[in-house]
Design a protein around this ligand. Structure first.
Ligand code: MD6
Ligand code: FE
Length: 210
C-alpha cells in the first residue's frame, strides 16, 4: 500500500506502529500535561465563523489557530487563555529527528481531537512560510480513515486507516497534496478513556536562519 502511494505521491511516508504501546502511553501522558496548560478549544472557519468539527490546541513556540475575524494563522499564544503555548514534548522532538532528519526543528505542534462522528475536510497545509520541510503526524486513539490525493482537489484519492501509534510524513511533492480524515472508527482503541482520537502534527513554520 505505502509503496503504491509512494509512486503516486512522491514523498509520502506511512510508518505503521512507529510508537509501541508504551510509547503511546508515555506520549499521552505528556499530551495531558500540555492540554492542562493549553486546553482544547473549538476553532472557527475564516469569514463564516462556522465551527470546525475537530477541537484543537497546540504546543511549541507557534501554534496554528483559526477564527472568524483572523482566519488561518500561526501565533505564539492560545486564543482563549492568551498564554504562550507549552513546549513540544521531547518524545515528539525525538520522533522528528528520526523521521525528518537533517531539517530545522519544528516550531509548531497542532493537536487535533476528534470525538466519534467528527471529520477533517480535504485541505493542504499551506500556512507555513517554509513548505520545503515535511509535516510529521502522529495518531493516538481510535482508528481514522485518512485520505490523500494530489496537488489538485479533484485528483484521485488513496485511503488508508491510521491506527494509534502510526505516523504519516508528508514530504516532497506530497507536502502540498490534499488530504483529510473521512471518519473516526469508534471503539477501535482503548488508549483514551474518553474515546476518540488525537492527531499531533509537527510543522516547521519559518525558514531557518542561515
Ligand atoms: C489527521 N492530518 O490525521 C489530519 N496534515 O487527523 C493532517 O491533516 C495532516 O496527517 C499534514 C501532514 C500529515 C497529516
Ligand atoms: Fe493536514
Amino acid at each position: 500500500m505505502s509503496s503504491q502511494l509512494g509512486h503516486a505521491i512522491e514523498g509520502f511516508r506511512y510508518c505503521p506502529a512507529e510508537l509501541d504501546g508504551r510509547d503511546q502511553f508515555e506520549l499521552l501522558g505528556a499530551l495531558r500535561v500540555v492540554l492542562a496548560q493549553a486546553p482544547l478549544y473549538t476553532p472557527a472557519m475564516p469569514r463564516t465563523g462556522k465551527p470546525l468539527s475537530a477541537r484543537m490546541s497546540n504546543c511549541g513556540s507557534l501554534g496554528w489557530v483559526t477564527d472568524k475575524a483572523g482566519g488561518y494563522r500561526y501565533q505564539p499564544t492560545h486564543p482563549e487563555t492568551g498564554r504562550r503555548w507549552p513546549p513540544i514534548p521531547s518524545m515528539l522532538l525525538d520522533l522528528w529527528s528520526r523521521l525528518a532528519a537533517g531539517t530545522p526543528p519544528p516550531e509548531a505542534c497542532l493537536i487535533n481531537y476528534y470525538a466519534g462522528g467528527t471529520r477533517m475536510g480535504s485541505h493542504v497545509d499551506a500556512d507555513e512560510q517554509d513548505r520545503s520541510v515535511p509535516v510529521v503526524s502522529v495518531s493516538l486513539g481510535d482508528d481514522a480513515v485518512f485520505h490523500i490525493g494530489g496537488l489538485k482537489r479533484g485528483d484521485p484519492k488513496f485511503r488508508l486507516v491510521l491506527h494509534s501509534g502510526d505516523v504519516a510524513v508528508l514530504g516532497g511533492t506530497s507536502r502540498m497534496a490534499y488530504h483529510g480524515i473521512d471518519r473516526i472508527l469508534p471503539g477501535t482503541c482503548d488508549l483514551l478513556a474518553e474515546g476518540g482520537r488525537f492527531n499531533l502534527t509537527l510543522r516547521r513554520v519559518m525558514p531557518a536562519a542561515i
